[in-house]
Ligand binder design. Structure first.
Ligand code: ADP
Length: 304
């Protein structure tokens, strides 16, 4: 397997309130969060690359500098002359967070327009990671380009990991979301859903039912997360469950699933050990949720 982990999706500008009507600017997005944690988890023998599309403007340059600074390879980032990156603002009201988005015209929506560039990036990767949000933001043609490039890269030996991250508001309708996610699942070696989403949008009665549905769709290994409850790992011939270590002081669950996926995959591609991979995923996610924000720098000494 070539030693490149390639994550594909949308990274946005994040404006987070700092009080008194001022905001701190950051960068985040589900696949970016996972790439960021994978970079922290894998040795330097591995390249971790992020594929997205950005504009030609200053804020796009800042995002690329941020990715570079995090140790992520940016050689597959595409440039659009007539678009820029998306933005979201975190709003606080009575202690509750809500989000406002400006992403409908973001450059990342065009990341599959150049089929040759997308295929070249996928063909060079050992493991390709994407989410339902990656697919949701693409046009119907873009999704087909994405899935055919993925299928071709897999035929050449790449592995694929997918978190359905079901967000019906990003799709034209819920049925299209379900159909496209099911089609993508059939191309995946690792399918990493959160039961809360699957229950809401596929009406699964249990995490085991989600696993069965995705096995039937053709995914090889299903890892169903379920907040503090048991993680189920299912393949055609094996099914196990693991209870994450309880976390008493949950501060912010942002990126729980993204960080779990990162540590699980980083461990699995090195050791191939399911138990160790779930333990690594649950350990990292359990730490991340004890801190505010999506990207928690565990190397800064903040966390023992
Ligand atoms: P998502 O963020 O995608 O909704 P989940 O909420 O299912 O994902 O959480 C992902 C993982 O984070 C879980 O499998 C678990 O390991 C860990 N986790 C989440 N919430 C808790 C919690 N309250 N206590 C312990 N671990 C948790």
């Amino acid at each position: 397997m070539p030693s490149t982990f390639l994550a594909i999706g949308e990274c946005m500008v994040e404006m987070a309130p700092t009080g008194g009507g001022t905001f701190a600017k950051g960068f985040a997005g589900d696949t970016l969060n996972t790439a960021w944690y994978v970079r922290k988890s894998l040795s330097q023998d591995w390249a971790v690359s992020y594929l997205t599309a950005v504009g030609n403007d200053q804020i796009s340059e800042e995002m690329i500098a941020f990715l570079d600074g995090a140790g992520l390879a940016t050689d597959h980032v595409q440039r659009m002359t007539d678009r820029t990156i998306g933005l979201y603002m975190i709003q606080l009201k009575d202690g509750e967070r809500s989000f406002a988005y400006w992403r409908s015209q973001s450059a990342a929506r065009c990341l599959a327009n150049d089929a040759a560039a997308l295929s070249a990036a996928m063909d060079a990767a050992g493991l390709i990671y994407f989410s339902g949000i990656t697919l949701a933001i693409l046009s119907p043609e873009g999704r087909q380009t994405f899935l055919s490039s993925l299928a071709a890269a897999r035929r050449k030996g790449a592995k694929a990991a997918f978190d359905p991250n079901l967000r019906p508001r990003l799709w034209e309708d819920a049925q299209t979301m379900r159909d496209c996610v099911t089609e993508a699942a059939g191309l995946c070696d690792f399918l990493m859903p959160s039961f809360e989403d699957e229950e809401a949008h596929f009406s699964d009665a249990s995490p085991s039912e989600s696993a069965d549905r995705y096995l039937k769709a053709g995914a090889a290994m299903i890892v169903v997360k379920n907040g503090p409850q048991e993680v189920i790992v299912a393949t055609e011939n094996d099914r196990r469950s693991f209870r994450p270590e309880p976390v008493r002081s949950v501060v912010d669950t942002t990126a729980a699933g993204d960080s779990f996926n990162a540590a699980f995959l980083a461990e699995y591609i090195v050791s191939g050990d399911v138990d160790a991979s779930v333990a690594a995923g649950a350990r990292l996610a359990g730490t991340v949720i004890q801190h505010r924000g999506a990207l928690v720098d565990l190397s800064s000494g903040l966390v023992a």
